[in-house]
Ligand binder design. Sequence first.
Ligand code: SF4
Length: 413
Amino acid sequence: MARNAHRVAFRTLGCKVNQVEAETIAAALIGTGAVVVPQEDAEVVIVTTCTVTGEADHKARKAVRHAHSLPQAPVVVVTGCLAAIDDGALASLGERVIVEADKSAVPARVAAVLGTPSAPATTSARAGEGFHTRAMVKVEDGCDNFCAYCIVPHARGVPRSTPIEDVIAEVRALRDAGAHEVVLTGINIGRYDHAGVRLPDLIEAVAETGIERIRLSSVEPEDVDDALLSAIGRTPAFCEHLHVPLQSGSDRTLAEMGRHYDTATYAAIIERAREAIPHLAVSADVIVGFPGETEADAAETLAFLERVSFAKLHVFRYSARAGTPAAARDDRVPPETIARRAAAVRALGGSMRVEHLREQVGRTVEVLVERTGEGTARDGSRARFAATVAAPGTLARVSVSGIDEAGFALTAW
Ligand code: SF4
């Protein structure tokens, strides 16, 4: 590390899109000669916020206050979704807080604070320092689904797609820098549409770059259609994993959430996907305790989850986000009930995960080795193995011998 380099730190909350955006900001700042350090050593802390729930807002404010209170008195630059809708309140959290809702303007704002010339946040900059063998590539931003619990459409606006030529250029740069896998990321990636190029075309175009593995961060059920499934089927690089948010296994709750499908439709979509993609692992998000959710709804959700069977569940406890229709409802579920229901869904998710991993035992799977003795299989599972099996930064074929003691990783050699 250059002794006199400017020091910046990142606190990144929320989703993968925020992570990609923070990495892009980091790359631009590294390009100006700055170094990324822990918050405690930084001159500037960049907080990328999320506002998906009231709890997310609370965490964001806490992160800003924490950074501002550090002994070295850093400047705190706040960006992300909460910054986009709520700048007055964030700016009042401290005299050294700067709110910049436009993420592409953050490197310049930070450079101005540090007194260094600014560099644009170019995509190819991400292929430099701090780069991973798996890289996220943001292809879309925004959503206009207006689910009843979600503020994101208000914070990020309607869907906008990255031009396909920019996506391809970024994937090529990542591939040339040694990446083996790209995760195409967006807020509602199924809405990708650039001059008529839709997500299935984008996947095939990305595959033509020669990148060995492709996956999607998440895709809404209604977008898992025949066009997407046949594009995936024709693309050997596409990893056998789809994350398809479910949110509830109760039709009544799904309708009240403003989701655009019912459980029968969701189940049919997953069945078609499994037919089209052998060994497909399906993961999902579930929100527990949406206003008005009854014991019967919660039981239906458990039964549905078990029936469809998932490789992994991400369980969220509902927390009201001011400004959303759901937050105005007066039939909130008590927190202790939400906690109990969430624990039940998590327990089921854990046992389904173990079951999924057990099904892999005896198979030979391809693992991207990210660290010594550790990597990610094509189905998204973590794998651990002897350090001698393969070097970090390579793809290895390993035979799965069992599940490790934590029950959450494949052990393979
Ligand atoms: S699909 Fe629904 S939950 Fe997802 S970002 Fe859009 S409005 Fe929010």
